[in-house]
Design a protein around this ligand. Sequence first.
Ligand code: ZN
Length: 257
Amino acid sequence: MSYWILFYQDALILDGGTSFLQGAEPETLPRGKHYHTLPWLDGKSCYAISLTDKEKDTLIENGKGKLELVALRASYDVLPLSHYLMAGKARELIHFDETVKYCSLCGSPMKWHTDISKQCTACGREVWPSIATAIIVRITRDDEVLLVRAKNFRGNYYGLVAGFLETGETLEECVRREVKEETNLEITHIRYFGNQSWPYPSGQMIGFTAEYAGGTLRLQDEELSTAAFFRYDHLPEIPHKLSMARMLIDDWLKKYE
Ligand SMILES: [Zn+2]
């Protein structure tokens, strides 16, 4: 018995729209493609594969109306957490496979070497998926929290200040720099909160909390469209449960329950 984690672009193909396909290898899966071998899950071996448009259509046509496409983000609401996380890992490996096809030193084709690395067929250079590290920070001021709207947010919700770690920086320096750059504020009491894999397409989000220390809000034009401090009982629309931003906000709201 195996789990088959099937992707078409950023969507999973789920049985009944709610679970991975399981059992022997489905007969309608394409042959001769690379299957990503994942860690075991629930005592079952676990494989992932990315399907082309045509392969996806064939599979769904043969699925007797039971197979549905569900975006990876939306799958958080229907899959057990361990399954959502495994699907995220699979998506990151697929992204790695699709974006690292040639050796960056000699230009020769890369081939899979282990379950999580590729090797150059000519010079032997081995590469692993690169993970983009980003910070996200909850800044509070008394009974208010700083919420921002980034220009690239889809939808109407507000989030927290976030940004990518630069080379040579500590995480705390990154938090301080991003807050200063994006909002012009000074912060203090920067504390680690938690972290999560963020497979959109290959990130690691590190959450922090901090307190407002000074400065006047002034937005960086390129990235943010709005920012303001909101009182705990007058919050605008906030991000979905799956995100680190929401975990940070919910953690703070517990104080006022
Ligand atoms: Zn090479």
